[in-house]
Design a protein. Structure first.
Length: 436
């Protein structure tokens, strides 16, 4: 029997109770951050030797060198060729759909830059360039994520990134063939079987064996998320994509077994994953809870699910679906399922969610694998200001300023005036030299 926390939005201290559900245990958070900081500092100083030590310790390997942890292209190709036909076809279909979506995104999101000319011949614009080299983190501690290989590498390649360096831990040295096959399909350039904060450090600082990258993207556990936060500035990062989350807002019209399984689907990722149901119908909440208890024993990862739902799960009774949408905006979940009749009316009221799944048939799991949009999404309420991983994460923009001689006469006077105002003589001088 799982005891899931029950909240009622009419309770006086409801907001505080909800905040407590969403918060991570502060002491745990600090301990993880300290551990990540110490690992990063060590990798920065000792390079490969530190990466090797932590990899052998945390992933229970007996590797002799970091070079020995690189997987050659031949091995990626062989993994692809070894797949059973149905699995290979599914992987290819997922890759094709993810690529199609991101190609559309590239076209629609202003990837070509722009220029325009002013009347005096001055040209202004913006140039968009892909990053040269990116590191993609593919999680691998508690589960293997071939789908995350596709979700990270395909948008990078669509953006035009020249070199994609993938890191993925292989606990006890067990390589996942589907992960390697996905790397082959997605065109990953180099793969190292390392993970955790040490992999983030290696990509951020570079080591004798692992090339320094310009940006690190991809999801991971709390150690990976803490390490990414800490290396931001030395390299770019995409977002904080930590332990998975699902918020289901339901009007009570979906089969309770479906919703229970949807809650399991994210809980099974990690003990720290979070699954929340928000519904105006107390009877329906009770039916989902009964279904959870009915279905749990058949789940191979039932202990992970149990811990996640017990420690971080919640079922929230609200006044109505309007209030459910307000709470969805507060929670700003990684995944929001609007499991309701006429879901669009509720989606219109939601501003903060990494991805929205509308209607009874859009299970979150379809988005995880093959719908097409990216499954690397902001967690821990960062959907208030972050977006899904996309082609735009692998591009940067440069401003273009090409001033004509005529333009220099007008702009030069404005700039010089403001430069004198700031007390910056050389700025004024360089503008004034170009005046006739
Ligand atoms: N938000 C997203 O888009 C998304 C997508 C897929 C997965 N996820 C999440 O990614 C996470 C994957 O986690 P995972 O653990 O399976 O794999 P992981 O690869 O993120 O982490 C494994 C690594 O963590 C490090 N580690 C483990 N225990 C440690 C300790 N005590 N001290 C220091 N380092 C330690 C080890 O180096 C290990 O190699 C899950 O939380 C899952 O929910 C998120
Ligand atoms: N739900 C994860 C993102 O939070 C992605 C994933 C990959 N495989 C299964 N699920
Ligand atoms: Zn998932």
């Amino acid at each position: 029997m799982i005891q899931i926390r029950k909240l009622d939005s009419t309770a006086e201290n409801f907001k505080a109770q909800l905040a407590a559900v969403l918060a991570f245990e502060a002491s745990e958070d600090e301990a993880i951050d300290r551990a990540a900081a110490q690992i990063l500092a060590d990798v920065k100083i000792r390079g490969d030797a530190a990466v090797l030590d932590y990899t052998n310790r945390f992933d229970k390997l007996d590797a002799q060198s970091v070079a020995g942890l690189e997987i050659a292209q031949d091995e990626l190709r062989a993994a692809l060729d070894s797949l059973a036909p149905a699995r290979r076809a599914a992987l290819q279909t997922a890759a094709d759909r993810v690529r199609a979506y991101h190609e559309r995104q590239k076209k629609e999101c202003g990837s070509d830059g722009f220029t325009y000319a002013e009347a005096d011949g001055t040209v202004l614009g913006q140039k968009v360039t892909p990053l040269d080299r990116v590191g993609i983190y593919v999680p691998g501690g508690k589960a293997a994520y071939p789908s995350s290989v596709l979700m990270n590498a395909i948008p990078a390649k669509v953006a035009g990134v020249q070199e994609v360096v993938m890191v993925v831990p292989t606990p006890a040295g067990v390589k996942n063939e589907l992960v390697l096959a996905a790397a082959a399909i997605a065109g990953v350039d180099r793969v190292f079987t390392i993970g955790g904060a040490q992999a983030v450090g290696a990509l951020a600082f570079g080591t004798a064996t692992i090339p320094q990258v310009d940006k690190i993207v991809g999801p991971g556990n709390a150690y990976v998320a803490a390490a990414k936060r800490r290396v931001f500035g030395i390299v770019g990062i995409d977002m904080i994509a930590g332990p998975s989350e699902i918020l289901v807002i339901c009007d009570g019209t979906t089969d309770p077994d479906w919703v229970a399984m949807d809650l399991f689907s994210q809980a099974e990722h990690d003990e720290l994953a979070q699954s929340i149901l928000v519904c105006p119908d107390a009877g329906y909440i009770a039916r989902v809870e009964a279904s959870i208890n009915k279905q749990l024993d058949a789940m191979p990862r039932k202990e992970v699910i149990r811990t996640s739902l017990t420690n971080r799960g919640a079922m929230v009774k609200v006044r109505d679906m309007d209030e459910a949408c307000e709470i969805a905006n507060l929670i700003a979940a990684e995944h929001l399922e609007i499991s309701a009749e006429n879901p669009q009316q509720w989606a219109d009221k939601v501003r903060h969610a990494g991805a929205m799944f509308l209607g009874h048939f859009s299970s979150e799991s379809l988005g995880d694998y093959c719908a097409g949009p990216n499954h690397v999404l902001p967690t821990s309420r960062t959907a208030r200001f972050s977006s899904p991983l996309g082609v735009y994460d692998f591009q940067k923009r440069s401003s273009i300023i090409h001033v004509s001689q005529a333009g220099a006469q007008t702009l030069g006077k404005v700039a010089a005036e403001l430069a004198y105002g700031e007390g910056l003589q050389a700025h004024a001088g360089s503008a004034e030299y170009r005046l006739k």
